[in-house]
Design a protein around this ligand. Structure first.
Ligand SMILES: *[C@@H]1O[C@H](CO)[C@@H](O)[C@H](O)[C@H]1NC(C)=O
Ligand SMILES: *[C@@H]1O[C@H](CO)[C@@H](O)[C@H](O)[C@H]1NC(C)=O
Ligand SMILES: *[C@@H]1O[C@H](CO)[C@@H](O)[C@H](O)[C@H]1NC(C)=O
Ligand SMILES: *[C@@H]1O[C@H](CO)[C@@H](O)[C@H](O)[C@H]1NC(C)=O
Ligand SMILES: *[C@@H]1O[C@H](CO)[C@@H](O)[C@H](O)[C@H]1NC(C)=O
Length: 952
């Protein structure tokens, strides 16, 4: 529909812009199919794309296309990206790369083609990538490369071509021969059976790191000094077959620079071969990995004779028991990694002969207690005992570890601590105790650990933090207490934590009463407080006697997201008092039904506000008045009907606006104009009205070059019914702007005549005129409805002003729906999004047996509310039934009602209920309302309600 016209339009634009094309090319305008731009990077991952989208702006620095279904790359895909440095095409189905695909990507530095279906790479496929430094092409099916395939990659430093079908080794030479600066080469998991240096034509290369693991290598032969700079060599899991490995390194100086060697999984090599292998490195080796390998004790003895060796990794060797002589010769070892060895016991003196030992890792074993062997190592810096079965900590477990900086005890079964456990750890900086069963500290953190900066206690069984339990940890900066059952935070429980900047208390049982202790006010330097997912609920929005965060003037981030509760939630108006430096407030999903107008008056610096997933439905522009620096606003899923507040609020700095899943259906020009800094607009999962009301928005989405509208191509029409399910951007808006000249002429003429007639009529027929209009529109809808015969879906439709919603939700709804069992229709809940309001109203009125009008001054002032009443009252006369029930929420003097001609007329004949007059006797009020709702159900009580209250 639109595309033909667009093409034409684009052609004109193209011709016009030819003049300026060399001066500045604008960023293409602005909604992308399947992509969004974030910080200069086009993120198009996981979008089911089958081809590279052609609308990505040429100014992007990165394109992320991972996890799509692209099967072919061709020259037109990346025609013009002069500043693109990173391109990620991982996990697609690419089996073909056309000639010249990358020719224009002169700035590209990183190209990722991992996990595709490439089988053959033709001549010079990487043409143009002269600046590329990293190529990852792992996990394809590459078997065929030609001598010129990689010809253009002269700047390449890192190449990962592992997990392919390359063989023999001469193929690898073809791959790397044009890369004089290659430093890292990974050819893991190919099909190389031999590794000969002579195929490299005895030319030395700069390579620093070579990984040939998981190849079925039988012969490893280095006869020339081809790797003068090689530092890291990985030979893990060589040999799939039982062929004996032939290790032939002629002269030790040929591998003389290697400092890191991995020979893990070398299963079929006899001890003498491995001995020979290790001896080739005995002048330079620093780190040796021997995971999952036979002959471990012997290999440890051999390797510990290498004088330069300091790090030993010995994972997955099923050691079970560590004997005291195992490391006897390892006098130079500083770091031992014994993770994943099923170790149950360690002889007491196992580490005493290692005077240089600094780091011991014993994670993922079967230790039942902290081994005695790790005590009394005053030089030890790091001890990892995580993922064992330790259930208690004894006083001497960490005795004399006075230099320890990091202690990891997470994922054990520790249930209680003691006051003496950490007493010697005066230099400790990081202590990880998460994922245990700790329920009590027993003074373990009182007056100990003066240098501790980070303490992880999450995922334990804590229920309370008592006064002074952290005293003495005056260096502590990060404390994680999430996922416990903490309900009590005593008033002085954080005493001493004056340096604390981050505390995470997410997923506990904290309530509003817990906060009333004001325990946070001791954390004077706190920057981030996370109280998400607790049980904090306030009964109303009246101010608290002592606001819980009033002393946290350094706090930047406060999260109160997702509080568990059954009933509607409120926030006290002074909850945020004192947070003068708050930048980020997250109050998502708190079942809030309103926000106090002055909630944010205490947080003048706020930059990011998230109130999504609440029941607010109405936002006041006053809320935003105190926060001029707001840049990110998240108001998704809050049943928002109108965007009027955006026009009135000053949101001139807002750059990011997320309004997913709401109930507005039209976006007008003045709403967008009120957001001059907007660069990103997310409107996913809204339903739109597909008519000329949105034509300005539609045009703006496609043409503006400042604001990106996320995923606009997927926006759907919900109204009118015949367009339901159509894409909004496919709407033909041509008819919305017909020949302007003619229109102007016609309009002016009509206008003049109309003005004459109107002023004449108005002068003489004032009051009756509006009446006539409403009667006419009501009659129009009524006729339509009667023909349709909508069955009564509801007992009553409640017509009210949004500002009276608290009364409706708190008083009316629980009474009538909860106690009396009527089915009510409320607009914020039951209206179909996207339809024009007047249609929703008529349907609601005709689909309900009665209409309850909740009348207040605000109601009378609201235009569409009174239209609701017009429709209902028309039905009243038309059907000769009492369908209208008037509930006055406040006393309104008769003279104020005079403009409401019809209402006055109704009041004379009808009865009504008055909430203020019900006073204390609300029961009588509700009973009368019940009776009013009942009338008309049977013929007997047809006029019962006339006996209710009469106007004096
Ligand atoms: C590398 O990039 C620079 C600018 O980013 C460009 O001028 C140069 O031509 C590129 N080099 C090659 C070999 O493509
Ligand atoms: C090993 O190579 C170095 C340098 O290339 C040389 O000086 C030395 O003589 C060689 N040693 C043997 C035993 O060939
Ligand atoms: C700590 O070291 C001191 C001095 O070397 C020693 O006397 C003491 O027994 C050690 N403590 C423990 C519990 O081993
Ligand atoms: C905060 O920690 C530093 C050292 O980490 C310490 O010098 C300072 O005294 C601490 N501040 C307070 C108020 O305790
Ligand atoms: C808003 O930001 C500007 C510039 O960053 C700053 O000067 C001003 O003080 C901020 N206003 C408030 C109320 O924090």
């Amino acid at each position: 529909m639109l595309t033909g016209r667009r093409k034409h339009f684009n052609l004109i634009i193209f011709i016009c812009s030819l003049h300026v094309i060399f001066v500045a090319l604008p960023v293409a305008g602005f909604s992308l199919k399947g992509c969004r731009i974030s910080r200069g990077v086009a993120i198009c991952s996981e979008s089911e794309l089958t081809a590279v989208p052609h609308d990505i702006p040429r100014t992007v620095k990165g394109i992320d296309l991972k996890r799509n279904k692209i099967s072919k790359l061709q020259a037109s895909d990346f025609r013009d990206f002069p500043v693109l440095t990173e391109l990620n095409l991982q996990q697609n189905k690419i089996s073909e790369i056309g000639k010249g695909t990358f020719s224009n990507l002169i700035s590209l530095k990183t190209l990722v083609l991992t996990a595709n279906r490439l089988h053959k790479l033709g001549d010079d496929v990487f043409h143009g990538l002269g600046n590329l430094t990293e190529l990852r092409i792992k996990a394809n099916r590459i078997k065929i490369v030609t001598p010129t395939t990689f010809k253009s990659l002269s700047s390449l430093k890192r190449l990962d071509i592992s997990d392919n079908y390359l063989h023999p080794i001469a193929k690898v030479y073809e791959v790397i021969q044009h890369m004089p600066h290659l430093q890292q080469l990974n050819i893991q998991k190919n099909q190389l059976a031999t590794f000969y240096s002579y195929v490299l034509a005895n030319r030395s290369i700069e390579l620093k790191s070579l990984d040939i693991s998981q190849n079925p290598i039988v012969v490893f032969r280095i006869t020339a000094n081809v790797f003068p700079n090689l530092k890291s060599l990985t030979l893990a899991n060589l040999q799939k077959t039982k062929h004996k490995l032939i290790w032939d390194v002629r002269n030790k100086t040929m591998v003389g620079q290697v400092s890191t060697l991995d020979i893990s999984g070398l299963k079929h090599a006899p001890l003498d071969i491995i001995t020979k292998l290790l001896q080739s490195f005995n002048s330079s080796l620093n780190t040796l990995r021997m995971n999952q390998i036979p002959h471990v004790p012997a290999l440890i003895r051999i390797s510990c004779t290498i004088p330069t060796l300091s790090k030993l990794q010995l994972q997955l060797n099923k050691l079970r028991v560590v004997r005291s002589d195992l490391f006897q010769l390892c006098v130079n070892i500083a770091e031992i990694d014994l993770n994943k060895n099923d170790i149950e016991s360690i002889d007491d003196n196992s580490f005493t002969s290692l005077p240089r030992l600094r780091i011991v890792s014993l994670s993922t074993n079967k230790l039942l207690s902290v081994p005695t062997a790790t005590r009394n190592l005053p030089r030890l810096l790091e001890l990892d005992l995580s993922s064992n079965k330790i259930d208690t900590l004894k006083c001497d477990d960490f005795a004399n570890l006075t230099n320890l900086r990091k202690l990891y005890l997470h994922q054990n079964e520790i249930s209680a601590l003691k006051d003496c456990v950490f007493r010697d750890l005066t230099r400790l900086e990081i202590l990880k105790l998460q994922s245990n069963k700790i329920s009590k500290f027993n003074k373990a953190f009182e007056n100990t650990l003066p240098n501790l900066k980070t303490l992880y206690l999450h995922s334990n069984a804590l229920t309370a933090i008592k006064n002074g339990e952290f005293s003495g940890m005056w260096s502590l900066q990060n404390l994680s207490l999430q996922i416990n059952h903490i309900k009590t935070l005593e008033k002085e429980c954080f005493n001493g934590l004056t340096n604390l900047t981050v505390i995470i208390l997410q997923t506990n049982a904290i309530t509003a009463e817990t906060l009333a202790n004001n325990s946070f006010n001791l954390l004077k330097n706190l920057r981030r407080l996370d109280l998400s997912n607790n049980h904090i609920q306030f009964k109303n929005s009246s101010p608290l006697a002592s606001p819980p965060f009033s002393q946290l003037s350094h706090l930047n981030t406060l999260a109160l997201t997702s509080q568990h509760k059954r009933c509607k939630g409120y926030l006290p108006s002074n909850l945020l008092q004192g947070l003068t430096n708050l930048l980020d407030l997250d109050i998502r999903n708190m079942q809030l039904i309103s926000l106090p107008k002055d909630l944010l008056s205490h947080t003048p610096r706020l930059e990011r506000l998230d109130v999504s997933a609440n029941d607010i439905s109405y936002l006041s522009s006053d809320l935003f008045a105190p926060i001029p620096n707001l840049t990110g606003l998240y108001i998704s899923n809050i049943r928002l009907w109108s965007l009027g507040f955006l026009k009135r609020a000053n949101l001139s700095k807002v750059e990011f606006l997320q309004m997913r899943k709401n109930q507005f259906s039209v976006i007008s020009e003045d709403v967008i104009r009120s957001l001059p800094s907007l660069v990103y607009l997310d409107l996913e999962w809204n339903s739109f009205t597909c008519d000329c009301d949105n034509s300005w928005f539609l045009k703006w989405v496609q043409d503006n070059n400042q604001t990106q509208v996320f995923n606009a191509y997927d926006f759907l029409c919900n109204y009118p019914e015949d367009l339901q399910g159509m894409k909004l951007l496919e709407l033909d808006i041509q008819s919305c702007s017909v020949d302007t000249g003619f229109i102007c002429f016609t309009c002016t003429t009509c206008l003049i005549i109309l003005t004459l007639v109107t002023s004449f009529t108005y002068h003489f027929l004032k009051g009756q005129l509006t009446y006539a209009y409403y009667i006419f529109s009501a009659w129009l809808f009524d006729t339509k409805k009667r023909n349709k015969q909508v069955p009564n879906q509801y007992d009553a439709f409640v017509s009210y002003n949004t500002l009276d919603e608290p009364w409706v939700c708190r008083e009316l709804l629980p009474k009538l729906e909860g106690e009396q069992g009527w089915r009510l229709c409320l607009h914020h809940r039951d209206f179909q999004p996207g339809r024009p309001i007047i249609e929703n109203i008529t349907d609601a009125i005709y689909g309900s047996k009665k209409t309850i009008c909740v009348i207040s001054r605000r109601y009378l002032n609201s235009e569409w509310c009174s239209r609701e009443m017009q429709v209902a009252s028309f039905r009243l006369f038309d059907e000769q039934k009492d369908v209208l029930i008037l509930v006055f929420l406040e006393e309104i003097p008769t003279y104020l009602l005079s403009p409401y001609y019809r209402m006055r007329k109704l009041l004379k004949k009808q009865t009504y209920l008055s909430w203020p007059r019900a006073g204390e006797h609300t029961e009588v009020f509700w009973e009368k309302l019940r009776q009013a709702l009942m009338t008309g159900e049977g013929p007997a009580d047809e006029r019962l309600q006339l006996a209710l209250v009469d106007r004096p």
